[in-house]
Ligand binder design. Structure first.
Ligand SMILES: Nc1nc2c(ncn2[C@@H]2O[C@H](COP(=O)(O)OP(=O)(O)OP(=O)(O)O)[C@@H](O)[C@H]2O)c(=O)[nH]1
Ligand SMILES: [Mg+2]
Length: 307
C-alpha cells in the first residue's frame, strides 16, 4: 500500500494536550452521559429542552435551551454565518476544545437538531466535530424515520464526521435484555470512540481533518482478539459484525485504533492489508497505534469505516 494512503500515529497514553468535549443533546444524548465514565479531562455538557432531561446527568455543565433554537436548524433561519445567542453560549463552553462529540438520538424534536447546532459552533471554533447518533427503531414509525433522515442530512453538512448507530441492532445484539438495560449497552457503544479519539495528538488531529473531508458518514465496531494471528481473527470478527455490515458497504476511508503490547507499524500495515482484501480494494486510513504495555496477548481494535 502506498504510504500516502496510510497515516500512522503512535501513542502510549491518551494525549493530555488533546481537549475533548462531549455534548449530550436531548433525551438520548443526556442519557448517554448518565453514569458514564469518561477519561480524565473530558468535559461533559448536557443540553436539553426539558429540565428532566439534563437533570442528574452528572455533566460538568447543564444547559436548558428553547426547543425553537434546536428546530431552527430544520428551517432557513439556521445560517452558516450569523450565530444566535444560544450558539454563542455553546461557543463559550467549547472555545479551547480540539474535538467535540455531539451525541443524540435522531428522530425526536430536539436532540437531532441540537447536534447540528453544536457542530456548527465547533466549526466556527476550528475544532473537529464528530457526531455520534442513534437511528430510531423501525417500530417507532415513519414520522420518526423521516425526521431522523432529515437530521442526518443536516448533520452531514455540519459535522466533520457522523457515526450513526441503528437502535434496531440492539434487538439483534442483545435480544433478551429488558429495554432499559439494552439502552445501556447501546449507550456504552456510543461512548467507545470518545475514549479512543483522545489518543490522537495535535498532528493526528490535522490528519483526521484531512481524512474526514473525503467522507462524512462512518460505521463503527470494536473487537478484541486473544492469541496468534490477531489481525486475521479481528478481521473475521469485523466481517461478520452487524454494526459494520462490511459486505453492504463501499468503504472509502477508515479510521482505526489498535491496542497491542508493543504495537508497531507493521501491525498497522498488516491490518490495512487484511482490510483491503476483505473489501476488495485499498482504503486510505488513519491508524492510531497504542502500546498497552501489558504482557497479555490481547489485541483490541476499533474500526470506523467511511462510506
Ligand atoms: N439507545 C438509546 N436510544 C434512545 C434513548 N432515548 C431515546 N432514544 C432514541 O432517540 C430518539 C429520540 O428521542 P429523544 O432523544 O428522547 O428525543 P429528543 O430529541 O429529546 O426530542 P423530544 O421528542 O422533543 O423529547 C428516540 O426515538 C429513540 O429512538 C436511550 O437512552 N438510548
Ligand atoms: Mg426530549
Amino acid at each position: 500500500m502506498p504510504s500516502d494512503n496510510l497515516m500512522i500515529h503512535k501513542s502510549s497514553e491518551p494525549d493530555a494536550e488533546t481537549k475533548i468535549a462531549v455534548v449530550g443533546c436531548g433525551g438520548m444524548g443526556c442519557n448517554a452521559l448518565r453514569s458514564a465514565k469518561f477519561p480524565k479531562g473530558v468535559q461533559t455538557i448536557a443540553i436539553g429542552t426539558e429540565r428532566r432531561e439534563i437533570k442528574g446527568t452528572g455533566a460538568d455543565v447543564e444547559m436548558l435551551i428553547d426547543v425553537r433554537d434546536a428546530e431552527a436548524v430544520a428551517k432557513s433561519e439556521f445560517s452558516k454565518f450569523a450565530s444566535t445567542k444560544v450558539e454563542n453560549e455553546i461557543g463559550f463552553l467549547v472555545k479551547d476544545v480540539d474535538i467535540v462529540f455531539p451525541i443524540a438520538g435522531l428522530g425526536g424534536n430536539s436532540g437531532g437538531w441540537t447536534a447540528s447546532l453544536v457542530s456548527k459552533v465547533a466549526h466556527m471554533n476550528k475544532c473537529l466535530a464528530v457526531s455520534i447518533v442513534t437511528v430510531p427503531f423501525t417500530a417507532e414509525g415513519k414520522m420518526r424515520k423521516a425526521r431522523s433522515t432529515k437530521q442526518l442530512e443536516a448533520l452531514r453538512s455540519w459535522s466533520d464526521a457522523v457515526i450513526p448507530l441503528k437502535n434496531d441492532l440492539i434487538i439483534r445484539e442483545v435480544p433478551d435484555l429488558p429495554m432499559l438495560k439494552a439502552f445501556g449497552v447501546m449507550n456504552s457503544v456510543v461512548r467507545t470512540p470518545i475514549e479512543k479519539f483522545g489518543w490522537f495528538g495535535s498532528r493526528g488531529l490535522m490528519d483526521l481533518k484531512k481524512h474526514f473531508r473525503q467522507n462524512h458518514i462512518f460505521r463503527m465496531d470494536a473487537a478484541g482478539y486473544h492469541g496468534d494471528n490477531a489481525v486475521f481473527g479481528l478481521m473475521e470478527q469485523f466481517k461478520s459484525s452487524n454494526w459494520l455490515s462490511l459486505d453492504m458497504l463501499e468503504p472509502k476511508s477508515a479510521v482505526v485504533f489498535i491496542e497491542d503490547y508493543g504495537a508497531d507499524e507493521k501491525l498497522a500495515h498488516e491490518f490495512m492489508q487484511a482490510f483491503g482484501q476483505a473489501v476488495g480494494h485499498d482504503v486510505p486510513a488513519v491508524v492510531c497505534l497504542r502500546d498497552i504495555k501489558t504482557m497479555s496477548r490481547d489485541v483490541n481494535a476499533c474500526l470506523l469505516v467511511g462510506f
